[in-house]
Write a protein that binds this ligand. Structure first.
Ligand code: ZN
Length: 223
């Protein structure tokens, strides 16, 4: 049942944020999506995001965040930096973009307030923790307080995926009727291949592992 008016989803066109978009569409009368152009290696990511929004009837806004790449060049934006295959023993993996979620959520909050919206939805998750400090619950709660104080406004940052892993994220998408959409049209691969992806990058491996676990679970339920 839809019990709330409006929300903004931080949207990359990947598995997690598309699942959040499906979730938001069930809960809210009106859902807006915001994506960021931060010089991703694969412009396809933004095209992908736009296509999904068109399909779902969601107003889509792309904000220019090229500044982020200027400040913090990294393996997601630079072709000459190879994405770390495994998380390093210390510090953050080189696919981590310093300040990304801090900056994105701050700009989405400004965007939301301008439209009288207080609910902001993001697909960050602490469960498949891949060494990104800005995906942790503690950070999100802290930023929520900061944004409220900064703009004298009651934001509510909602994280439907915070405590679930990739397998459960697949399950959620399926229950929301978006399994095929997520499986075939989202882009999570670091090598820019839609759907199943390259199968070898860390992001593809995580996605595939979750999908296989979910399909196995589903098969055992119906056999
Ligand atoms: Zn891949």
């Amino acid at each position: 049942m839809k019990n709330k008016e409006k929300a903004v989803v931080v949207f990359s066109g990947g598995q997690d944020s598309t699942t959040c978009l499906l979730w938001a569409k069930k809960k809210y009368n009106e859902v807006l999506a915001v994506s960021f152009d931060y010089g991703q290696r694969h412009k396809l990511e933004l095209e992908c995001a736009k296509k999904i929004c068109d399909k779902m009837g969601v107003e889509h806004t792309i904000l220019d965040m090229s500044l982020l790449n200027q400040l913090a060049p990294n393996s997601l934006t630079r072709m000459d930096i190879k994405v770390d295959e495994n998380a390093p023993e210390a510090g953050t993996p080189n696919s981590f973009v310093d300040g990304r979620n801090l900056v994105f959520l701050t700009f989405v909050a400004i965007f939301a307030k301008q439209r009288g919206i207080s609910d902001i939805i993001t697909g960050v998750s602490q469960s498949d923790f891949s060494g990104y400090p800005d995906c942790r619950d503690q950070f999100i709660k802290s930023l929520n307080v900061t944004l409220n104080l900064a703009m004298d406004y009651e934001f509510d940052i909602i994280t439907p995926l915070m405590w679930i892993d990739k397998e459960e994220t697949w399950e959620m998408a399926d229950k929301l009727g978006g399994f095929d959409l997520v499986r075939n049209e989202t882009l999570t691969c670091y090598n820019g291949i839609i759907g199943e992806g390259c199968g070898n990058c860390p992001s593809c491996k995580l996605r595939k592992k979750g999908l296989e676990a979910y399909l196995e679970k589903k098969a055992s339920l119906y056999s």
